[in-house]
Design a binder for this molecule. Structure first.
Ligand code: TRP
Length: 336
């Protein structure tokens, strides 16, 4: 049986962080053996906010390098840059005819952007979900590993596919959000306010590119308190988050020791010392991040290798995309 097609896009804004790793990349790596996978850097989408394009180029290269460093294998998956696949732009054009202005204006992410950049409400921003639909439908992907915030975009992609099929004939399968059963791991910012972020709140986010000293510093100043006053207290969010991080990078024995310290003591008071816990966490975190950081830097600075990876991805993506586009053109009657 043919493997199902999985696809996801990564916006090249800011540095990848632990939340991205444990929430997304780790799952991509797991998917690459089970599915026919397409992962790409969404650089056209980035243009909607008018970034500095030289910086954008660096970010695109870094994202590719970091994903390979995290274990995505360019021989197993198609890892590519969106703008290398012009077929996406043509499908975007056809899908734009299936998208109504009123619906686009009601999209949550669009309304948010209008609030954030009132002086740059361009048509690309309005049709962001149409481009995203084209990204997905161009490979006839059915499984899309994304977080909750992308559900509305996926629903829109299904609507456009359905309208297209209804008008022109059955060509595009309907895509659905997909993650391995259960909740995605959520990693809070180290001050306990919100999630780790690609570009904001950098002192409270652990990036895959962080140097050892910076990892130490950030973890040592993570928010804690004077500790629980009785055994089996409920942990506040920011303490729970430290335990979450520890479970991801430390040994089970280490986690158990601090769980025990949180709950027990001979005198009835809890004896956990957050300073000790953070010291341990920092060293384990460094051991985890260091090889990824080193490998990503190697790839990023190896221009030839990076180019090879990007070309290889583009070739695979274009082969699949042009097959879909042939069907789409024939369906629309644009096959003269
Ligand atoms: N909009 C997605 C985000 O903000 C990125 C993205 C672009 C995407 N195209 C996609 C995700 C296609 C999944 C499928 O994260």
């Amino acid at each position: 049986m043919e493997k199902e097609v999985v696809l996801s896009g990564i916006r090249p804004t800011g540095f990848l962080h632990l939340g991205n790793y444990f929430g997304a990349m780790r799952n991509y790596v797991r998917m690459q053996d089970e599915f026919n996978c397409y992962f790409f850097v969404a650089n056209w989408h980035s243009l909607t906010t008018h970034p500095d394009t030289k910086e954008l180029k660096n970010s695109v290269h870094r994202v590719i390098a970091e994903n390979v460093a995290c274990g995505l294998d360019p021989d197993k998956v198609a890892l590519y840059v969106q703008s290398d696949v012009p077929e996406i732009a043509e499908l975007y054009l056809y899908l734009n005819m299936m998208a109504y202005k009123g619906e686009l204006e009601k999209t949550v992410t669009f309304k948010e952007k209008v609030r954030l950049q009132p002086d740059n409400v361009n048509a690309g921003l309005l049709t962001y979900p149409v481009l995203q639909a084209a990204d997905i439908l161009i490979h006839r992907a059915v499984k899309v590993p994304v977080g909750k915030d992308q559900e509305q975009h996926l629903e829109m992609a299904r609507n456009y596919a359905e309208r297209f099929n209804h008008r022109y004939g059955d060509v595009l399968p309907l895509p659905y959000a997909f993650n391995y059963g259960g909740e995605l791991v959520k990693i809070l910012s180290l001050d306990g306010v919100g999630k780790m972020s690609k570009s904001e709140n950098q002192m409270n986010t652990l990036y895959l590119a962080d140097e050892d000293e910076s990892i130490r510093k950030k973890i040592m100043k993570a928010k804690t308190d004077q500790g629980p006053s009785e055994p089996h207290s409920v942990k506040p969010d920011y303490i729970e988050n430290l335990f979450t991080l520890m479970k991801l990078v430390s040994t089970p024995d280490t986690v158990q020791k601090f769980e025990d310290d949180f709950n027990n003591s001979s005198t009835g008071n809890c004896i956990i010392r957050y300073g000790d816990m953070k010291k341990q966490l920092a060293e384990d975190m460094i051991r985890f991040i260091q090889p990824i950081r080193a490998k990503a830097a190697d790839i990023q600075h190896n221009h030839e290798l990076l180019q090879k990876i990007i070309r290889q991805g583009a070739d695979k993506a274009r082969a699949s995309a042009s097959e879909t586009l042939k069907l789409v053109r024939a369906a629309v009657g644009m096959d003269y």
